[in-house]
Design a protein around this ligand. Structure first.
Ligand code: BTN
Length: 259
């Protein structure tokens, strides 16, 4: 069970998770919403907000992130990059890589990354990432929201979701240590973020490619200006997905893909 003291005692970072203002809520609307508010009030880089449950967990594309009590890791981490967020578009891919490495290190489970940032295992969704910006402060803030299914009560999962999601305890075949996982995510995040800020985007993209379950697959992209079908062939330095279609090569920057 998530515990702030246990999490902080496991940290091996310099900044990530090191704020004295980290928070753990029994229940909150959304850890991202809370951290965006803290960022507006000047919260320091590395501040983390956790919750044991969220009543209005946010997913990508305006979707809800179902967050029952003590069933998942619901975590938001504050970054305050020196460069404007627009200059580090691949940052979201770096978060996916950090999560994949942290999950592997703490549980031995090798997950896959589905563009843009779904954490998947055996074709089912294990987690997701939602990055949101706060532009009102002197230095822009990026709130990285991470949701990972840890231990679900199958009876409580809505039927339409049941065959599409999986949880980490299930994938690992044993109960996972959420505090160790959260501390390792901070470590891997700090490492990926530092490398990214030093301009080493290529190495991050290579790691993403190694975890990818998207590249080489036939995909359908929706939620962009037009629906697009083709083969996902690569990712670009700006985090876009390169798709070979019948008529040429297209870059997709947002929206959703199905494989
Ligand atoms: C997705 O749609 O795949 C992204 C889901 C992100 C969910 C996490 S849970 C912690 C943080 N707080 C939120 O409200 N959302 C993110």
């Amino acid at each position: 069970m998530l515990n702030l003291e246990a999490f902080e005692s496991l940290l091996k970072t310099s900044i990530s998770g090191r704020s004295s203002n980290n928070e753990l809520w029994d229940s909150i609307d959304s850890t991202n919403a809370r951290l965006l508010a803290l960022a507006k009030d000047g919260a320091k880089e590395g501040t983390v907000v956790f919750a044991r449950a969220q009543s209005q967990g946010r997913g990508r594309q305006g979707r809800q992130w179902i967050s029952p009590p003590d069933s998942g890791l619901y975590m938001s981490l504050l970054l305050r990059p020196e460069k404007p967020a627009a200059e580090i578009p691949a940052i979201t891919l770096a978060v996916g890589v950090a999560c994949a490495k942290a999950i592997l290190a703490t549980t031995g489970v090798r997950i896959g990354l589905k563009w843009v940032n779904d954490l998947v295992y055996q074709g089912k969704k294990l987690g997701g990432i939602l990055a949101e910006m706060q532009m009102n402060s002197d230095r822009s803030a990026i709130v990285i929201g991470i949701g990972i299914n840890i231990s679900f009560d199958a009876a409580l999962i809505p039927e339409e979701l049941a065959h599409r999601i999986i949880w980490l305890d299930q994938a690992a075949g044993t109960a996972c240590d959420t505090n160790a996982l959260a501390a390792e995510i901070c470590l891997q995040m700090e490492d990926a973020y530092n490398r990214m800020m030093q301009g080493d985007v290529k190495a991050i993209l290579d790691e993403w490619r190694a975890y990818s379950v998207t590249l080489g697959q036939e995909i359908v992209a929706s939620g962009t200006s037009k629906e697009l079908r083709g083969t996902a062939i690569d990712i670009t330095e700006s985090g876009a997905l390169l798709v070979q279609t019948a008529t040429g090569t297209e870059e997709i920057f947002g929206g959703e893909i199905s494989i």
